[in-house]
Design a protein around this ligand. Structure first.
Ligand code: FE2
Length: 481
């Protein structure tokens, strides 16, 4: 299929923040494949495509978005060939993108931007609420088919080579869910697992799986709770899915009637604590453990050790992080008040509460080597980090964390934002950290974004790649080999 991509001129009203904060502003362009300047020496084995996803357009002529998470999605590809590295970028033509650009203002409710529709208009399609499909967060695969997602149930297809938008995945099933974790998990067979939530008087988490070539979301297990927690991701071991119920709890009537932004239909509810649910992949059986109230976006990993399940999560003690990431605060360089903590939850079969071990802080957007996923637990994780002495205003370093000893090795550029490091294994390697990290960064003095190529064992910078523009700060990357 061939689609003619119209060029988008991006208005950027108001003053643009200086230096590294340019990454929180609109202005990114669609750029056809162009050579990137490389400094240093790239590993000879590094061949393939780094895909980046993230919000890139927050400011429209007649209205803008309030939150970092809200911007309209852009994909970027950094292609490592034999002789050169090339870059290209494209906005995703989601329904939200097309309607919002045409209207010159947000057309859908977003993470922290209100629904532009009136109450009366919403009542007219109460049985089929309008939900954004702006997939600015994650890229995943079902078999060889790529798609991008946010926290709504839409899977928006794209071509990983041209970045052309492809049709949304249409499912031939009756799975009733209104929201979905942005992070699904693709297993070694190419099957895609994720957790959706049906909102109602009681809420129901639904673990489902889509096999390659199929158009059915097969229900594997479900959990009925009073009010579901905000769910950005989940974790898997070879035997179980692990769903953490944050204390940021859904207000189902708010989703239906209020017109409030997505996150304002959740409410912090520390009194009921949080829970971890395991769902057996074999028979859907559910077990639940209680734990103190927490908020969490991402798991480092989950694994099983004897009859104990271990989940290592980056958690927050309250919901401040959502306000910390409002654009106005970020563009003004306000210090993040929230600090992620690394907590290891040990889930034992004879107990109803989780055992907790804190093993660090200032560590987010975690990575472990995928081939070891869920087997016995990775020994090393990489992530974006902050100074635990609270001198950082934002994520400003790349950390290699030894999960047993707590030893940290750090790569840091001066006065820079450093985002999620993507681990790429050296082909044929077996050591867990034999490969490189690809790290999007932007420093105060950079002309444009700089991608660091870092030795994942030593954390030495091998090379830097210089993009032809400032790549707006996004969240997650993927490797298209
Ligand atoms: Fe995420």
């Amino acid at each position: 299929m061939s689609v003619v991509l119209e060029r988008v001129s991006t208005p950027t009203p108001g003053a643009v923040s200086p230096g590294r904060l340019r990454g929180f502003h609109s202005g990114a362009r669609e750029i056809d494949s162009t050579e990137m300047h490389v400094e240093g020496r790239l590993p000879s084995w590094l061949r393939g495509g780094l895909l980046l996803n993230g919000p890139a357009l927050w400011d429209l002529p007649r209205g803008g978005y309030r939150h970092w998470f809200d911007g309209l999605a852009m994909l970027h590809r950094v292609q490592f060939n034999d002789a050169q590295v090339r870059y290209c970028s494209r906005f995703i033509r989601s329904e939200d993108y097309k309607q919002s650009v045409a209207a010159g203002a947000p057309a859908f409710s977003a993470f922290d931007t209100r629904d532009p529709e009136s109450f009366v208009e919403r009542l007219k399609h109460l049985n089929k609420p309008r939900v954004t499909d702006n997939p600015a967060v994650v890229m995943s695969r079902i078999g060889a088919r790529w798609f991008a997602t946010t926290e709504s149930p839409y899977l928006v297809g794209f071509d990983p080579n041209t970045l052309e938008t492809l049709p949304r995945m249409e499912f031939d099933d009756e799975l009733d869910i209104q929201i979905m974790a942005a992070h699904g998990i693709t297993d070694r067979h190419g099957s895609y697992w994720n957790v959706g939530i049906a909102l109602g008087q009681k809420c129901v988490y639904k673990l489902f799986c889509v096999h390659p070539g199929n158009h059915r979301r097969d229900l594997v297990g479900s959990i009925r709770v009073a009010k579901a927690g905000y769910t950005h991701a989940f974790a898997m071991t070879p035997q179980h899915a692990l769903i953490w119920e944050t204390a940021m709890r859904a207000q189902p009537l708010g989703f239906m009637f209020s017109g409030r932004s997505y996150i304002h239909n959740f409410k912090w509810d520390a009194a009921h604590g949080s829970k971890l649910h395991s769902v057996s992949l074999a028979d859907g059986r559910v077990k639940t453990w209680d734990m103190p109230a927490m908020m969490c976006f991402h798991a480092v990993q989950a694994y099983e050790r004897g009859d104990e399940i271990v989940a290592e999560l980056c958690i927050y003690d309250d919901a401040t992080v959502f306000d910390d990431l409002l654009l106005e605060r970020l563009r003004s360089d306000n210090v993040l008040r929230s600090m992620p903590r690394l907590v290891r939850y040990r889930l034992q079969s004879g107990r109803s509460d989780a055992l907790l071990e804190t093993f660090g802080e200032g560590f987010e957007l975690p990575q472990v080597r995928p081939v070891r996923f869920g087997q016995s637990g990775a020994a090393v994780a990489w992530g974006a980090g902050m100074d635990t002495g609270r001198s950082s205003t934002f994520l400003d370093r790349t950390i290699r964390l030894d999960l047993a000893s707590g030893e940290r090795r750090i790569w840091q550029r001066p006065a820079a934002v450093q985002l999620e490091p993507l681990f790429v294994a050296r082909p044929g390697s077996s050591a867990e950290d034999d490969g490189v990290l690809l790290v999007p960064t932007l420093a105060d003095d950079d002309a444009s974004s700089v991608i660091g190529v870092i030795d994942a064992a030593t954390m030495e910078c091998l090379a830097t790649l210089h993009a032809p523009q400032v790549i707006p700060f996004g969240f997650h990357a993927a490797w298209a080999g």
